[in-house]
Design a protein around this ligand. Structure first.
Ligand code: SF4
Ligand code: SF4
Length: 135
């Protein structure tokens, strides 16, 4: 698969850009509804895509080589689906032909995420949510 084909598997949901908090005692990862400060919540796109790794050292590049080691991607993620041998869902832009269907189907973070830039870091834990997984 070419890198262009690989990148097209991303459905644009923005879920991987939600802030995650690690419990220091248990090592457990908690998902929040806060999004990375570089995520444009309305479009669910990175506002500084080409500079993201220098601006946000925690941002992880999801490559064909690394995908098997990245355990926190949502089950809906296009990369994860393909890596697990599952088909893309009807709302994936490559299937529907429409980049809006990922939002219309309620898969993206558009309707509930809030930028971390609007919250003091000491209050992040207030925004922990149960992991949400679509069918
Ligand atoms: S979770 Fe997967 S499909 Fe969704 S934006 Fe992130 S990489 Fe793309
Ligand atoms: S830097 Fe961009 S791609 Fe990386 S987590 Fe933030 S918004 Fe997402």
């Amino acid at each position: 698969m070419t890198s262009e084909e690989w990148e097209s598997l991303c459905d644009g949901c923005g879920r991987c850009c939600l802030v995650k908090l690690e419990d220091e005692d248990e090592g457990e990862i908690h998902l929040t509804r806060l999004s990375c400060r570089l995520l444009h919540v309305r479009s669910c796109r990175c506002s500084r895509y080409h500079e993201r790794f220098s601006l946000m050292p925690d941002c992880i590049e999801i490559t064909q080589e690394k995908i098997a080691q990245i355990k926190w991607l949502p089950v809906s993620c296009g990369y994860r689906r393909v890596q697990e041998g599952r088909d893309l869902a009807w709302w994936h832009p490559l299937v529907s032909g429409d980049p809006e269907t990922v939002h219309q189907a309620g898969i993206s973070v558009r309707s509930f995420a809030m930028s971390e830039a609007r919250v003091k870091e000491e209050n992040y834990a207030r925004y922990i949510i149960d992991d949400f997984e679509p069918a």
